[in-house]
Each structure stands twice: as structure tokens, then as C-alpha cells.
Unconditional design. Structure first.
Length: 141
């Protein structure tokens, strides 16, 4: 299991990843790899069976930046750069600078001997403020 966080306020541009600047819990097995400050986490298919199965969970506070137009905020967990429709989080705040919480979880299968990257992407058309971002990756099989 590994945990990656981005506690400080960050403005995430459209089509960009949420950045994770701290690693409170490291993966001891080497199956989960991350460079602090990056928005991408690599999952390795280190397994005796056909695949390794990981549960990827994201939660964080989101808002429209000051001066922004009120519109839905859309984030999604992405696999190999492609946002997953089943892991899309949508929130429509009442006004700019009003924070709400979003959450999603997804299972990611990584074939034996391969690697897969995951991240959390702003799939909306406008920048989004994100604070207290938390990504947890746990090997489940």
C-alpha cells in the first residue's frame, strides 16, 4: 500500500494532472512507484499469476479559482493517460472559491511483467483549485 498527498492549494489546468507532493506511506514491495511532485504513479505487474490487481482511491477538496466562471468541476482517475468514465468525479459549486469534496475508486489490473500509470486528471475545460488531495494505492490481488 502507498499513499500520496498534495496538501497545499494547487491550481490544476484543464487536461492536467493533480500533483502529489508528499508520500506519507511508501510501497515497501516496489510495486508502486512515484516521484514526489509528479502527478503520475506507476503500478508494476509483479505477480506469480497473470496479473496484479490494485485498488486506486482518490479524494480531495475542489473549487473554482477566484474570478472563475461557475461551471461543473470534473476530475477523473486516469489509466495510462486516459480518464476513466467510471471514475469521473463531478461537482458544481455555488460560487468561486467554495470548496466541495470529491471521491472515486477503481480497480486496475496490471498484466504480469508490465507497468501501468495512474493519475487524477482535470477533464473539464477550466482550471480547478485542488487542496488536500489524497491518492491511496493498495495491492488487492
Amino acid at each position: 500500500m502507498a499513499e500520496f498527498t498534495g496538501v497545499l492549494l494547487q491550481t490544476v489546468a484543464a487536461n492536467a494532472n493533480v500533483l502529489f507532493t508528499e508520500t506519507p506511506v511508501y510501497s515497501k514491495s516496489g510495486g508502486v512507484i512515484h516521484r514526489e511532485g509528479s502527478g503520475i504513479v506507476t503500478l508494476r505487474g509483479c505477480a506469480n499469476q497473470c496479473r496484479a490487481l490494485y485498488k486506486v482511491t482518490f479524494g480531495g477538496n475542489v473549487a473554482i479559482p477566484a474570478g472563475g466562471t461557475v461551471a461543473p468541476i470534473s476530475l477523473a482517475i486516469s489509466v495510462d493517460g486516459e480518464p476513466l468514465a467510471s471514475a469521473t468525479m463531478i461537482e458544481t459549486p455555488a460560487a468561486a472559491e467554495v470548496f466541495s469534496n470529491v471521491f472515486s475508486a477503481v480497480l486496475v489490473a496490471v498484466p504480469r511483467g508490465c507497468c501501468v500509470t495512474v493519475g487524477v486528471r482535470n477533464i473539464g475545460d477550466e482550471p480547478v483549485d485542488v487542496q488536500n488531495a489524497n491518492l491511496i494505492v493498495e495491492r488487492v490481488a
